[in-house]
Design a protein around this ligand. Structure first.
Ligand code: ADP
Ligand code: MG
Length: 540
């Protein structure tokens, strides 16, 4: 088409939305900053909680970064990228989600002022990457050693993770449970999933207990089965103890009553054969992933066998780890060798509901912390805090390195990165310096959330670090500078390395976007954020 007739050229579909150049950058940065601002007030021991109400009016009260962001159902594309940072942190460690998001937001905020000074995004990106590399290096140098047998240290890690959470008041009891649980399942490393958390309303959080095995939200299938079995020999069966419906529709035509009886007899025989196989193996507990026929229940009960049906797959796997039983898919394969061992299997009434405890396992590779508490909301938040603690302990036992918290590690890093910036020249130096400034957001926010003057706190911390006190952190109660390591505020190194690398990656990625093109939707659902504006409901 020629220029002359001034016809517009449509490359995109008519209802596609486009936002380019500085406007796109500004918009993305603004959205990312809003996400960071939202979780910022929850950071640290004095952080506040958020109440989230979902579309069916379910309420969650939480302090946990990733939970907040997931529940917010964010729509803006750049904001979603920030949420991903929290999710990665959650998947990799479990803790440090707020830190990662707040840092990512601050990196972008710092970048914004560099952009205003006409520094090109690629230069900022390069500076940030260099600074992040330097940060990783410094972190590894300053980290302290964490030995698996140092239970004292492991307890400190668990306590730090739970400080300021719903679990705060019982963190002593809960940390002891985490330490014990970790010691039970540790085998050179610690798989987070091997410590399961089961919730049950009732009693107080202090009554939470560690079960050397697995707790199932199941009761025995037949009332005349025993309530408890000691020296349990457990068969884990992943096939139904029923005469199953055939896969295909089958029709059996019965022409006279005797045939009907034959048919029933036959069915009974099949069930009998199945249960005999179980009984012959020597099992006195049967945990079945599928159904158990009434008749089979009767036969098993007659033998004094304890049985549960429809046990969840994940529970079966945990049971296998805890008792060393093999999960059997074909009853013909079941032998004594496949049975798992537990000191006891018993049905316990917890707050009016029956549960099955598989306890006193020898050398279990999976254990359970049963969380108690007054209300569903309390227990759910305690569970989230426990997950953070378990994640932290597991991360610390993975690479055996820990750092001190309370802002100390961030101030130390910022100091080293500022030094590093001096060795660079030109505009990159500004970007590297901005990265160091961004690190300050962690101690600043800890101070702000505690109602302290952030500038005083930061000045005090910087002076202490200049004096060579690498673990100088902030006491959020008095505002004084403390030695965070001496005070037992300890976190795994991995929290920091992961937070820095994912925050840097996402900040760089967002900075490099100069064009947002959204394909027109066939019919736009209500509540879609207009490009170029703020997403609905997210203004601060
Ligand atoms: P995140 O989701 O990032 O883990 P948290 O709300 O758990 O957020 O806060 C973690 C921050 O709180 C870390 O910087 C940690 O060092 C700091 N922190 C934890 N315990 C203390 C304490 N007793 N005093 C000061 N800071 C603490
Ligand atoms: Mg935390």
């Amino acid at each position: 088409m020629s220029e002359k007739n001034n016809q517009p050229i449509f490359v995109l579909s008519e209802d596609a939305l486009r936002n380019s150049g500085r406007a796109a950058q500004k918009n993305n940065i603004a959205a990312a900053k809003i996400v960071a601002e939202t979780v910022r007030t929850t950071l640290g021991p004095k952080g506040m909680d958020k109440m989230l109400v979902d579309s069916i009016n379910e309420v969650i009260v939480t302090n946990d970064g990733v939970t907040i962001l997931e529940e917010m159902q964010i729509e803006h594309p750049a904001a979603k990228m920030i949420v991903e940072v929290a999710k990665t942190q959650e998947d990799e460690i479990g803790d440090g989600t707020t830190t990662a998001v707040v840092f990512a937001g601050e990196l972008l905020k710092q970048a914004e002022s560099l952009l205003e000074k006409n520094i090109h995004p690629t230069i900022i990106a390069r500076g940030y990457r260099q600074a992040a590399d330097k940060a990783q290096f410094v972190l590894n140098v300053i980290a302290e050693k964490a030995l698996p047998e140092d239970q004292d240290l492991i307890k400190k890690i668990a306590m730090t993770a739970m400080t300021g959470k719903g679990a705060e008041s019982s963190k002593e009891v809960l940390s002891n449970l985490v330490v014990k649980a970790a010691a039970c399942v540790f085998d050179g490393g610690l798989d987070r999933k091997s410590i399961r958390i089961e919730k049950k309303i009732g009693d107080s959080v202090e009554e939470s207990e560690l079960i050397n095995g697995i707790v199932l939200d199941k009761e025995k299938v037949h009332p005349s089965m025993p309530d408890s079995i000691s020296e349990a020999k457990i068969a884990l069966i992943d096939t139904s103890l029923e005469v199953k419906d055939t896969e295909m529709d089958a029709k059996i035509s019965i022409t006279d009553p005797s045939q009907m009886q034959d048919f029933l007899d036959m069915e009974e025989k099949m069930i009998r054969r199945m249960t005999d196989k179980v009984i012959k193996s020597g099992a006195n507990v049967v945990l079945c992933q599928k159904g158990i026929d009434d008749l089979a229940q009767h036969y098993l009960a007659k033998e004094g066998i304890y049985a549960c049906r429809r046990v969840k797959k994940s529970d079966m796997e945990a049971l296998s780890k805890a008792t060393s039983a093999n999960i059997i898919t074909n009853l013909n394969d079941l032998t004594q060798k496949d049975l798992g061992i537990a000191g006891a299997v018993e049905q316990v009434k917890v707050n009016d509901e029956e549960m099955t405890y598989v306890r006193d396992c020898e050398n279990p590779k999976s254990v359970t912390i049963l969380v108690r508490g007054g209300t569903e909301h309390v227990i759910a938040e305690v569970k989230r805090a426990l997950e953070d603690a378990i994640g932290d302990v597991s991360a610390a036992l993975k690479n055996h390195k820990v750092v001190a918290g309370a802002g100390s590690v961030e101030v130390e890093l910022a100091k080293e990165i500022r030094k590093f910036a001096e060795s660079l020249s030109g505009r990159e130096q500004l970007a590297v310096k901005a990265f160091a400034e961004a690190l300050d957001v962690i101690p600043t926010t800890l101070a702000e959330n505690a109602g302290l003057d952030p500038i005083d706190v930061l000045t005090g911390l910087k002076a202490a670090h200049d004096d060579g006190r690498k673990w100088a952190g902030i006491d959020v109660f008095s505002g004084k500078v403390i030695d965070a390591w001496e005070c037992g505020i300890v976190e795994p190194l991995k929290i920091k390395t992961q937070a820095i690398s994912s925050a840097t990656e996402v900040a760089v990625m967002i900075l490099r976007i100069d064009d947002v093109i959204a394909a027109g939707k066939p019919s736009q659902p209500e509540g879609m954020p207009p490009m170029g504006g703020m997403p609905h409901g997210m203004g601060m």
